[in-house]
Design a protein around this ligand. Structure first.
Ligand SMILES: NC(=O)c1ccc[n+]([C@@H]2O[C@H](COP(=O)([O-])OP(=O)(O)OC[C@H]3O[C@@H](n4cnc5c(N)ncnc54)[C@H](O)[C@@H]3O)[C@@H](O)[C@H]2O)c1
Length: 264
């Protein structure tokens, strides 16, 4: 699944799934323009990788200018864009819907949905000019199914599925493929946030409950997800577009998460 010579952009690249994907892309031969709101861990990631293979750019994906600059940087530095991994996202609050704050709802949508929209818009204009490409958007198992106490996150990740399907149809004849990766419970700062929110005094108990609900009996690793993204970025997936790709240890075969309890 070579990505030799490919030019890629990655958002949410400083840690977790994004960072693992930057590493995998570089290991398979790509050069990456990596972006995150946090400049420091992003620079640390780039410094671990071979010189010249990762260009970094700090920015908030909720601002359209971040996506525009990211794509323009790839074009100016490397002349084209082959792969876009639109991955930045936040979990938001874990709160019942009638108590969910409007401000947090808007922030989750601004990052997880608008950010992907801006990334699609600017990547597509570059890929149309360049004759094609592969775009992978990070949705979630919550882009396909619901989970309690996460109204904004579940809505945002469903919206990502809608955008993936729409863009896939519109640009299939331009040789641009658009797919979603749908991680299950993955061992990153985001799941740490979920544990800390649900049981501040005992986040490990949340981990134990989630682990119990996963048929394979373990959290996914960022590398588990990155391997799917690498496949979708490569020519090996050349006839696949507009689809979800669940990487979840069997969770969606029959998922019974601890958070499906009804609101009291
Ligand atoms: N961890 C999971 O269980 C899980 C499950 C399904 C989907 N996802 C999705 O995977 C993606 C990556 O999450 P992760 O688990 O690696 O979490 P993470 O918190 O480790 O990484 C997310 C990265 O996105 C960056 N980011 C957050 N807001 C940003 C913004 N406004 N602009 C730019 N960058 C921003 C963060 O700084 C961070 O580096 C997210 O879209 C998330 O919703 C995660």
């Amino acid at each position: 699944m070579s990505l030799e010579g490919r030019i890629a952009i990655v958002t949410g690249a400083a840690r977790g799934i994004g960072a693992a994907t930057v590493k995998l892309f570089v290991a398979r031969g790509a050069t990456v323009v990596a972006s995150d709101k946090d400049a420091e861990p992003l620079a640390a990631l780039a410094s671990e990788l071979p010189e010249g293979r990762v260009v970094t750019l700090a920015g908030d994906v909720a601002e359209e200018a971040t996506s525009a600059t990211l794509v323009d940087t790839a074009l100016e530095r490397f002349g084209r864009l082959d792969v876009a991994f639109l991955n930045a996202g936040i979990a938001g609050d874990l709160t019942p819907t009638h108590e969910y704050s409007n401000a947090m709802f808007e922030r989750v949508m601004a990052i997880n949905t608008n950010g992907v929209f801006f990334g699609l818009k600017h990547s597509i204009r570059a890929m149309m000019a360049g004759g094609g490409g592969s775009i992978i958007c990070t949705s979630s198992v919550q882009g396909l199914q619901a989970c309690g106490f996460t109204i904004a996150y579940t809505a945002a990740k469903h919206a990502v599925m809608g955008m993936v399907r729409t863009a896939a149809l519109e640009y299939a004849r331009h040789n641009i493929r658009v797919n979603a990766v749908n991680p299950g419970v993955t061992d990153t700062a985001m799941m740490q946030h979920v544990g800390d929110s649900l049981a501040p005094d005992d986040p490990d108990s949340v981990r134990a409950e989630f682990t119990e609900a996963i048929p394979m009996g373990r959290y996914g690793t960022p590398e588990d997800i990155a391997r799917m993204v690498g496949f979708l970025a490569s020519d090996e997936s050349g006839y696949i577009t507009g689809m979800p790709h669940v990487v979840a240890g069997g969770m969606t075969a029959h998922w019974a998460p601890p958070m499906q309890v009804p609101v009291e």
